[in-house]
Write a protein that binds this ligand. Structure first.
Ligand SMILES: C[S@@+](CC[C@H](N)C(=O)[O-])C[C@H]1O[C@@H](n2cnc3c(N)ncnc32)[C@H](O)[C@@H]1O
Length: 303
């Protein structure tokens, strides 16, 4: 099974790298054609297991795509509830790193009463703000913990690690947390692919999305220059030499090319998929069966 999955992921990655090297990116029709040509088997695999992917909207790298990412989060939460409702184990702790307001974790806590939800963020302000603005909306089986995902020691063994838009290396750290803590499942949405490997440079192009991401990264550079934001978004554990993450991708590309794809990823679904397929292969190599579509991952530990 795993070698078939690794072949499936490697073939898709090789195809998308070819499109990238040929410059067949950024243009919506070229991007859609490239994804259909090279990622169709992965999409079919996802759709046969998790029907209802909200894909009739638009490119993820459009303003509307950004605006509607909440629809993918709601769909992902439904999948998590479906998967975890079947849980029979004693230990029933789900961990949600980079939880921001803790909105998603609170919703899961309401719908999975038998489970404990631990929401983690390096900045406790967002969760506190949510509790103030939405009093009485925090279920008893929800707990917020201030913590740095790059330096996290859990006193529980989670049954799942979940995340909803963990920027750049935060997604990789969440995946490593699932691997390290032997969690049977990992389910999440990646985002801000330009922030892998400590990168905050964005290829300058016209358009509101590109302007937004250039502004966001100016803010991240400002934060990174201040010691009080140490640990926010970036870690030397996820520097250039840690990418590609998987052995399979190391046979197809280099860290320079992956980071270049990261810089172009604010305007290219193909570039985001290139970075995510390396992660797909990394999880397969770590012993998971993986489903992937549109920045969403569902991974189940084999056996
Ligand atoms: C802003 S959110 C990302 C939202 C996302 N862009 C989306 O598409 O929904 C990222 C969260 O990660 C948190 N964060 C940053 N560095 C972290 C770290 N080292 N450990 C845990 N949380 C971290 C931030 O405080 C923030 O709440």
């Amino acid at each position: 099974m795993s070698s078939d999955l690794i072949d499936l992921g490697s073939t898709a990655l090789a195809g998308l790298l070819e499109e990238y090297r040929a410059g067949r990116i950024f243009d919506a029709s070229l991007e859609r054609a490239a994804m259909q040509r090279h990622a169709a088997a992965l999409t079919q695999r996802w759709n046969s297991r998790f029907p209802g992917f909200p894909d009739h909207y638009f490119r993820f790298t459009s303003l509307r795509g950004l605006h509607h990412r909440g629809k993918r989060d709601a769909y992902l939460r439904d999948i998590i509830v479906q998967q975890m409702s079947r849980d029979v184990g004693q230990e029933r702790t789900i961990v949600n790193p980079a939880c921001v307001f803790g909105r998603h974790a609170r919703d899961l806590a309401r719908r999975l009463r038998e489970h404990r939800l631990i929401a983690i963020d390096i900045d406790p302000g967002w969760n506190r703000l949510y509790s103030i603005l939405r009093p009485g909306r925090t279920p008893g089986n929800y707990r917020f913990v201030q913590g740095d995902i790059f330096d996290l020691r859990l006193d529980v063994q989670p049954v799942a690690v979940v995340f909803f838009g963990a920027c750049g290396a935060l997604s990789d750290a969440a995946m490593d947390l699932a691997i390290r803590s032997e969690a049977p499942r990992l389910m999440g949405r990646t985002c801000c692919h330009e922030n892998i490997a400590g990168n905050t440079l964005v290829t300058r192009r016209r358009g509101a999305v590109n302007r937004f991401f250039r502004f966001k990264n100016r803010v991240l550079r400002w934060m990174r220059a201040r010691p009080r934001f140490g640990g926010f978004y970036f870690s030397s554990q996820y520097a250039e030499d840690r990418y590609p993450r998987s052995d399979a991708a190391k046979r197809l590309t280099t860290s320079q090319e992956l980071i270049a794809a990261g810089r172009d990823s604010t305007d290219s679904d193909v570039c985001r998929a290139i970075i995510d397929l390396d992660r797909f292969l990394y999880l397969c190599e770590a012993g998971f069966d993986v489903w992937y579509q549109g920045e969403l991952f569902v991974a189940e530990r084999r056996g």
